[in-house]
Each structure stands twice: as structure tokens, then as C-alpha cells.
Design a protein around this ligand. Structure first.
Ligand code: SF4
Length: 401
């Protein structure tokens, strides 16, 4: 059941949500190619795909207006994140116009973080200038690795030089808050490759780095190739070694390891992603987008035509898998999401105040086991995941599921 912004006595969940910032996620499902490991809601190029670009922007604005009228947020979002897919495939002018439309609908404040994901080759100087002019103040660029042979092996059509050109264009356009995505554990990736990628990253002086180990997801071309024995990914020990190099090197260039997979200069943490990890509210727009609003969760259909028909009819029928607020789920989420934030961790007193029960009582024996296993520490009233254990964080998160 999707919550309406009905007047009346707020529930505890509504009161909590109203007192906390929220964000807007906008999914742009178009890509210039389809990567072999990708299981996101993203469509590669095709003669009919580009025809969706203009209507899709209209559908996003229609969905936004629907939710604004129905949910009636009491404050503007603190962040908007355009993810995908490759949002910049829409072009700077179209994407800028979409942003201005959403900013007007939600009375966006001037200090909001506005992030656009981009891939090399999809954002030229004019696009970047249009995004800046519209109010975009952060870009997230996908490098992944610095070796063209590895990029080609997973179906990414850009090379190292394309990435560096995109990065320099972003700086030249005035972006002072840039993220670079890197990956480890790719088929054929060696520790020397990882070091070379980190050398390139260090030379760029990024404000933020997201570093992810490759997950071979089912129903992807890479999974099929691995199942046929055509490619092999580094084993667990090799991937752990690569991760350790990533962690130590990024720390050595002044980036704080503030979340399991994320590193930032001081005050450059991703405000948008902090909302997710703090289990705050967000509204997801577009195909495949997920929402978390006043404790309820739902997701949108991944099908473009179904999405179009639903938003045109203002029926709400484009949403799926509704989960009402659930106190037990919230106790679990607050614990394992909090652990993802390495510096913040779980504030044990705040947890008990919010849930009316201590973490120890909600999950008997869990904290003691995690500390005994060397995965977590307790100090200053907070439970924290040890940075060295970030690569095996799932073992700690499982204690609260
Ligand atoms: S660019 Fe990203 S969203 Fe697009 S196909 Fe590759 S991994 Fe998927």
C-alpha cells in the first residue's frame, strides 16, 4: 500500500521521516552499449530506442507530479541523483530541462546535491555546460579499469583515453565534485592492472571514489560465458588481495574510507547515498526505480510501455512489490545499513530510542559474536564494522537479517 500524504496524527514512522532529509532518484535506462556483467534496468542502442528519449522525459515529469500531489513532501529533497543506464545519453539540453522541471516541482533548494552518472563519450563540452547551467553540481564517471583490453572484455566500448578526456572536460566545465567508479575482480585482471588503475585514479585527484568487486550476476552474458568456461574471474583470495590494494592506496591519497565501497575527501561524501545507508526516505522515478517512503517500499515496472501507460493514466499501476512499514524490517535495516558506514556505524543509544529496544535485545548475542570474530568493534557507544573486514561485510550484515 503506497502511503498518501493524508492529514491527521502522524505515525511514529511519519514523524521520523518528516524530521529527516529525503532524496530523489531518477532512473534513465538508456545506454550506448550493454556491458557483459550488467543486470540493471538498462537498454542498449537500437533504431527504436532513441525515439523513447523525449517521451520518457515527459513521463518522468508526469510521475514526479503524481507523487508530489499524492505524497505531499513537507520539505524539498536534499539531493537528486540521475542514475542508469547512462543519463548523459539523453544529451545535456534534454537532461538539463528535465532537471529544471523536477527542481521546480519539488522547490529544490540551491544547496541540494545534484549528481549525474556519465560514461565516457556521452557528454561533450556543450552537454556539460548545459548540465552546469541547469544546476547539476556533481558527476559520477565510470572508469572501472585503466586497461582497454579488460574494458573490451566486459563489453565497455570506451578506453582509458576516452575516460581521461571525459574527466578533463568535466573539470574544464567547472565540476569540482567528481566521483570515479573503479572495479576489481574482473576476468583477467591482475594486481599489476589494479595498481595501474589506482595510479591513474590518483593522478586525477578525485573528490570521491566508488570501488566495487565484480559480481557475476545470473542472466548476464558474462555469467553465460563463465558457465561455459570461456572466462574465469579471480578467485576469492586474489579478489581480496586486489581489494586490499584498493583500500590502502585510496587511503594513502587522502580519501576517507567512509562506507564499505566508498571513499571521499572530507565533506565530499555522497549525500545521496548517505540517505540510503541511513535508511532515510527517497522517491525513485522511472522504470525499475525503487522507493522508500515513510517506511513503505515499492518499485516501478522495468517495462517502458507499461510505465508510459501507467503515468499517463495517473493510475499508480506502474508500481510493484509494495511493502508496508514493518517495525521488524526497520530494526534489521537500521542495523545492517548502519554497519556499512564505517565511521558512523550504529549509534546504539539512538537505535534504542528509535526502536524502543536495544540492538542487543533485538538481536541477542549478535554484537558479541561479531566482536569476537574480529569483524566489528564497539567504542564510544557505536558498533562499527572494521575497515579491514569491509570485503566480507556480508558476514556481519547477516547477523541482523
Ligand atoms: S553502462 Fe552501466 S547501466 Fe549501462 S550497460 Fe554498462 S553497466 Fe549497465
Amino acid at each position: 500500500m503506497i502511503p498518501a500524504g493524508a492529514p491527521g496524527e502522524p505515525t511514529a514512522e511519519e514523524a521520523w521521516a518528516a524530521a529527516h532529509p529525503w532524496g530523489l532518484y531518477v532512473h534513465i535506462p538508456f545506454c550506448p552499449y550493454k556491458c557483459a556483467y550488467c543486470d540493471f534496468v538498462a537498454v542498449g542502442p537500437g533504431p527504436r530506442v532513441a525515439r523513447w528519449h523525449d517521451p520518457y522525459v515527459e513521463h518522468l515529469l508526469a510521475e514526479a507530479a503524481y507523487w508530489r500531489d499524492r505524497l505531499r513532501p513537507r520539505r524539498p529533497p536534499v539531493s537528486i541523483f540521475y542514475g542508469g543506464g547512462t543519463p548523459t545519453l539523453l544529451g545535456g539540453a534534454r537532461l538539463g530541462a528535465l532537471h529544471l522541471g523536477l527542481a521546480a516541482l519539488f522547490d529544490l533548494g540551491g544547496d541540494a546535491e545534484v549528481t549525474v552518472e556519465a560514461n565516457p563519450g556521452t557528454a561533450g563540452p556543450r552537454d556539460l555546460a548545459a548540465l552546469r547551467a541547469a544546476g547539476v553540481n556533481r558527476l559520477s564517471l565510470g572508469l572501472q579499469v585503466a586497461q582497454d583490453r579488460l574494458l573490451a572484455a566486459v563489453g565497455r566500448l570506451h578506453g582509458r583515453r576516452d575516460f581521461v578526456a571525459a574527466w578533463e572536460a568535466a573539470r574544464a566545465a567547472g565540476f569540482r565534485n567528481l566521483n570515479v567508479d573503479v572495479m576489481y575482480g574482473l576476468p583477467g585482471q591482475t594486481t599489476a592492472d589494479v595498481d595501474e588503475t589506482l595510479d591513474l585514479v590518483a593522478s586525477l585527484s578525485p573528490e570521491h571514489v566508488s570501488a566495487y568487486g565484480l559480481q557475476v550476476e545470473e542472466r548476464t552474458p558474462l555469467h553465460a560465458r563463465a558457465a561455459r568456461g570461456e572466462v574465469s574471474v579471480p578467485g576469492e583470495d586474489a579478489a581480496a588481495d586486489q581489494w586490499e590494494r584498493v583500500r590502502l592506496r585510496l587511503g594513502s591519497i587522502g580519501l576517507d574510507h567512509y562506507e564499505v565501497s566508498n571513499f571521499a575527501l572530507p565533506a565530499r561524501e555522497s549525500r545521496h547515498n548517505l540517505l540510503y545507508w541511513r535508511n532515510a526516505g527517497w522517491l525513485g522515478l522511472g522504470v525499475g526505480a525503487h522507493s522508500h517512503w515513510r517506511g513503505a517500499r515499492w518499485r516501478n515496472t522495468p517495462r517502458l510501455a507499461e510505465y508510459r501507460d501507467g503515468v499517463r493514466a495517473r493510475s499508480g499501476a506502474w508500481t510493484r512489490d509494495h511493502e508496508p512499514p514493518d517495525a521488524a524490517r526497520r530494526r534489521s535495516e537500521d542495523a545492517f545499513l548502519g554497519l556499512r558506514l564505517l565511521r558512523e556505524g550504529v549509534d546504539l543509544a539512538a537505535y534504542a530510542r528509535r526502536h524502543g529496544v536495544s540492538l542487543g535485545a533485538a538481536f541477542p548475542g549478535a554484537v558479541e559474536r561479531l566482536v569476537a570474530d574480529g569483524l566489528c568493534t564497539v567504542s564510544g557507544g557505536r558498533l562499527r564494522l572494521r575497515p579491514e573486514a569491509a570485503a566480507v561485510g556480508n558476514r556481519a550484515f547477516a547477523a541482523f537479517v
